[in-house]
Design a protein around this ligand. Structure first.
Ligand code: 4NP
Length: 171
């Protein structure tokens, strides 16, 4: 197993994940909210530290987009995020950095100038059991159907991710 998903997970040393998109108001807050919901449902909240961020600063301080919130709420999922910009310190801080699309991935890698953190940076859809494309498509300029699609992709991708992490938990 690769280094980023092989550390033992304990309450003393929780696994830290950050979901990253462009604006941190649509895709990454949705991934964060769904993953948080799943972790709480399984009573595992003390084993994870879950966050999200954006590679751009346009929306810093904002809550999740109203269409993202409406879609998540329909499935009983709350999106708690306040947008912030992804920064160099996040490369050091987090165990797993999940880019929603290839552009986000490139922008994260641009901060990793010494190529020290490559093992922690992954595409979200590497975990998608039905990956019809590499990216979680940006829904920002489209209608509700795009937000619904993003939700479904992230629902199954985060479920698979949590299943991969659970065996590392040491109770
Ligand atoms: P996100 O969507 O990256 O999924 O949060 C976007 C949000 C805002 C913009 C683009 C994408 N924007 O151009 O402001």
């Amino acid at each position: 197993m690769d280094k980023s998903i092989s550390k033992p997970i304990t309450t003393a040393d929780p696994y830290k994940l950050v979901f990253v998109c462009l604006g941190n108001i649509c895709r990454s807050p949705t991934a964060e909210g769904i993953f948080l919901h799943k972790v709480k449902e399984e009573g595992l909240q003390n084993y994870f530290y879950i966050d999200s961020a954006g590679t751009a600063a346009y929306h810093v301080g904002e809550s999740a987009n109203s269409k993202s919130q409406a879609t998540a709420n329909k499935y009983g999922v709350h999106l708690p995020s306040k947008a912030r910009k992804f920064e160099y310190a996040d490369l050091e801080e987090f165990d797993l950095i999940l880019a929603m699309d290839s552009e986000n991935y490139r922008n994260i890698k641009e901060l990793d100038t010494k190529d020290k953190f490559d093992h922690k940076i992954k595409m979200m859809r590497e975990f998608d059991p039905q990956p019809d494309m590499k990216d979680v498509p940006d829904p920002y300029y489209g209608g509700m159907d795009g937000f619904e699609n993003v939700y479904r992709v992230l629902e199954r991708s985060t479920a698979a991710l949590l299943n991969e992490l659970k065996p590392l938990i040491q109770k």
